[in-house]
Every structure is written in C-alpha cells, then in structure tokens.
Design a protein around this ligand. Structure first.
Ligand code: THU
Length: 129
C-alpha cells in the first residue's frame, strides 16, 4: 500500500498531545487515512466513570464517519514512545465495520519506532452480520 507512513505516524503523535488520560496516564493518538487522501485524527478521552472512556481509534473513526467518510486505507496508533500500541479488541471490531482485512495498521511509538500490520492479522474472522 503506497502512502507516507511517517507522516501518518506524525499526525497520530500530534493527536496524542490532546489525549485526556488522567486515570491511566496512558496517552494515545490515532490518525486514520481515507481512500481519498484525507486524515482524521483522534485521542483517547477518559472518564471518571471509566466505562465511557473512548479510545483514540474510535474517536478518529467517529470523526471521519460523521463527516461522510467510510473508506479507509490505513490507521496509525501511537501510545508510549518506547512501545508498539495495538488497537484494543473493541476498536478492531469497530474498524472491521468499515474496513476489510487489508487495512494497514501502524502501531507506535514514534516515526522511528513502529510496527506495521493489517486488520486481517489482528482480527482474523471478524464478525459481520
Ligand atoms: N487506549 C486507546 O486509546 N487505544 C488503544 O488501542 C488501547 C487503549 C486507551 C484507553 C484508555 O484511555 C487507555 O488507553 C488505557 O487503556
């Protein structure tokens, strides 16, 4: 898949600066690339009641879908700089609603430290009605 990996990671890192994570202190940013070349970003938004917490990936998806975008090429997710943060199970299934197995997922990190995978690898046999 031909797109600029590092700039998508950079967009996720910028979004990570807006993370609201006073409970876990685990700051996450995401950047979702549409098939027409636009980027929608998101960050995790935690809540005192814990369960309403929104992951960065679902924040980005909600922003894109609510503006009429439903076709995606890739998503970058960045948590702590020294690790490879992978989407949680709920986010994998939400991505699967709009994407097939070929969606590229970049898990970081930083521009220099990320792992590339696909939705098919992270969610084999995802659920569809
Ligand atoms: N989190 C995300 O935003 N995305 C992930 O893929 C993993 C987890 C958030 C949720 C919560 O605010 C914090 O990270 C710790 O679980």
């Amino acid at each position: 898949m031909d797109f600029e990996r590092k700039s998508l990671i950079r967009a996720a890192m910028e979004a990570r600066t807006f993370s609201y994570a006073p409970f876990s202190n685990f700051h996450v940013g995401a950047a979702l690339l549409t098939k027409d070349g636009e980027v929608y970003t998101g960050c995790n938004i935690e809540n005192s009641a814990y369960s309403p917490t929104l992951c960065a990936e679902r924040c980005a998806i909600a922003k894109a879908v609510s503006e009429g975008k439903r076709e995606f090429l890739a998503i970058a997710v960045v948590g702590p700089e020294d690790g490879h943060t992978t989407p949680c199970g709920v986010c994998r299934q939400v991505l699967y609603e709009f994407c097939d197995e070929s969606l590229v997922i970049l898990c970081g990190g930083t521009e220099e430290n990320y792992m590339e995978t696909t939705l098919g690898e992270l969610l084999p046999k995802g659920f569809r009605l």
